[in-house]
Design a protein around this ligand. Sequence first.
Ligand SMILES: [Mg+2]
Length: 402
Amino acid sequence: MQNGGIYIKVGQGLAAVNHILPKEYIETLSALQIGPEKGVMHLATAAIVNALLDLWARIEDKSVWKLLVDMTPDELVSTMDFRYIYRDTMTEEYMKGKLKQNEPRKKELEETIRQTGYPAYTTQAGWLGYTDEKVEELCRKSVQDSFKGFKLKVGNLADDMRRCKIVEEVIGYETKLMLDANQVWDVDEAITWMEMLAKYSPFWIEEPTSPDDALGHAEIRKKLKTHDIGIASGEMCANRIMFKQFLKCNGMDFCQVDAARIGGVNELLVVYFMAEKAGVPVCPHTGGVGLSEMILHLQIWDYICLSQTDENRMIEYVDQQYEHFRYPNEASHGVYQVPIAPGYSTELKQESIQDFIYSTSNSCQRFQDLKMQKKMKKIKRLETTLTEKKEENQTEKKDETN
Ligand SMILES: [Mg+2]
């Protein structure tokens, strides 16, 4: 990588990957001259760094979680990005010390997680737009599948009250109910609304207001503390500095980092360390294509090497797009199984690539055909309207003549 660009020398194998990942290269990649670490450039950085981790793990014939677990504290910390974090939040010495202190339990925890899997909660039953009957039916199915928690989307008070009641009756008072507002409220509105939903004892309210408003989240958290409702956020946090704000001002009880939102594994690890230091469990966001595939590796690493617990920690489960992955991380019996295939679990099936590749695939052709059909329909509608108008005008003229 030179002058803000990136290249890999063919034939260097592992050495090339190793030389690309250290933090000084990532710093250059996220780039001093192309603006702050957010938006499309940062997403692209994440895609490249995550692909390199996948490549590195495959060369080593290990899953990404195992690659990270087997690194020495010095090796792991050497890959991380500390800019704007160092000293005022944590130091390399703190991280290395933590990892060294946790080393004696690593082997035992690795064996445990291989047997138990990682706890999952489902968002599948509670999408907006589902009928009450569908919510109830999906909840019953998820209870049979042993999920540890259920999440409902909220945003219309009358509907929210009714749907919370339905879910609570099906899942019981012992199982966790989480609510997700997807940023719809202002701060005061969020507090008032959640005080009305408090009787359903939600475990957390997710993204109650703007995802950038760390202080707003902190205010909501303070007010809802008396109802024992936690604040979850982070799926839209663009970088580690945003997480630093949220954690420093007590703006979140659950850290919902997203595997593809911030600049790759190197930056994600820093967020895990900051959350651990603040005593905030990481319950990552998933739901997008490949997100649960990737983040499961980091949660397993966290369980073995950093927090060394799964208490109050769960990974979101959404039953979408698994069919395109060669080694999907599917949840069964309420847990994700530990991945064993080499890499980051993101390898796509050849037939899916063929089916969706831009410009030549059948899917692309279907999309173009659909666009053309829509255009033709619009033209037809316009033609009909014009003809009708013309006929009306002619009739009016006739009437006037008569
Ligand atoms: Mg959400």
